[in-house]
Every structure is written in C-alpha cells, then in structure tokens.
Design a protein around this ligand. Structure first.
Ligand SMILES: [Zn+2]
Length: 181
C-alpha cells in the first residue's frame, strides 16, 4: 500500500502558505516555519541527512561537509519525510538518509519495500519543493531559455539553487526536456 494515500499538502501549497513561493526556494525558512530545527553536522560522508523526531519535536541534521546544493536537496528530502511520512501519533521517529537512499535510482519491482517507496516519495517531494513546475516554466519563458542548451540549463540550475543533475531529472519528469541519453 502506498504511504502517499493520506492527503498531504503539495510543495507548492506549502510554499505559498508561508510566502516562500519564489526561486531559489528558501528551504531553511520553510523548515523553520514548519517547526523543524535544522543543524549542520559533521556526518560520515555517506550520510546525507537524518530527521529525528523526539517527543514530537523534529530536528533535521544535514551533512555540513556536502555542497550547498546537495544540503538544500537533503533538507528538502527530510521535509518530505516530515510532511508525508510522519504521523503525529508516533511522537518519536527517526529517518536516516545515506547517500544511496537519496541518489540511487532503481526500477520498480514487486520486491520494492515500503522504505524504498518512502525514499522515492521524499525525493519527488524535494524536487517539487526546490523546482516548482510553475516557477520553472515562468523562469524559462521570462528569460527565454533554451533547455536543450547546456549554458541555459546551468543558468537555470543556479537560479534555483540545485545541481544540474537534479534539474535535468526534474525537467525530464515534467516533460520540459527530452532525455539526452
Ligand atoms: Zn529519506
């Protein structure tokens, strides 16, 4: 059963609600608005982040050694867990994110477990949060960008504070770009 069956707010709704619907999305401000404390820590390199909820109080620990764009994505991913997977009835909860859980892309299969489903949902949430459909389209059109052009893609990535890799995946998923592989 999908863990996404409960209605939760979309990234766009959340950002608008908190006056943060503009690029680059202020992901820290959103965390703060949602009551999530954010800490940058020295974590082992293969840890991107984790979200600890203790007595109902959430803290996101992000690997401070990682590149800014990656830290933004990691934090957005943890916000995704908080919004989509944390049930208020479970006061204590821990979501651990190793690099692999954030970046490995696997095929759908019957053996796919709930954890992997949740990781994918958190990634989709994070992409939607950092690169909202409407803001991307608006920016592309306002600046007359050509998303088949490497330079323009790089400009777009900088404007949204994301890696070019994350942006390319998002553009492909939104059918704004043709896969170039
Ligand atoms: Zn995760």
């Amino acid at each position: 059963m999908s863990t996404s069956s409960a209605p939760t707010k979309s990234p766009e709704q959340l950002l608008k609600e908190h006056g943060l619907f503009k690029q680059p999305v202020n992901v820290e401000a959103l965390a703060e608005a949602l009551g999530i404390a954010v800490k940058y820590e020295e974590l082992e390199d293969d840890f991107s982040a984790f979200l600890m909820i203790k007595h109902g109080k959430p803290t996101a620990f992000v690997n401070g050694a990682h590149h800014l764009n990656r830290r933004r994505f990691s934090l957005a991913h943890e916000i995704g867990h908080f919004i989509k997977h944390y049930k208020k009835t479970n006061r204590d909860r821990l979501f651990l994110d190793r690099t692999l859980t954030l970046y490995t892309r696997k095929e759908n299969s019957a053996s796919e477990n709930v954890d992997f489903q949740m990781e994918r949902e958190a990634n989709v949430f994070a992409a939607g949060l950092l690169m909202p459909d409407k803001l991307l389209k608006e920016y592309i059109s306002r600046h007359d960008l050509n998303i088949s052009d490497e330079f323009d893609v790089s400009r777009l990535a900088i404007a949204f504070g994301v890696s070019e890799q994350a942006l390319q995946i998002r553009l492909n998923n939104l059918k704004l770009a043709k896969p170039n592989f």
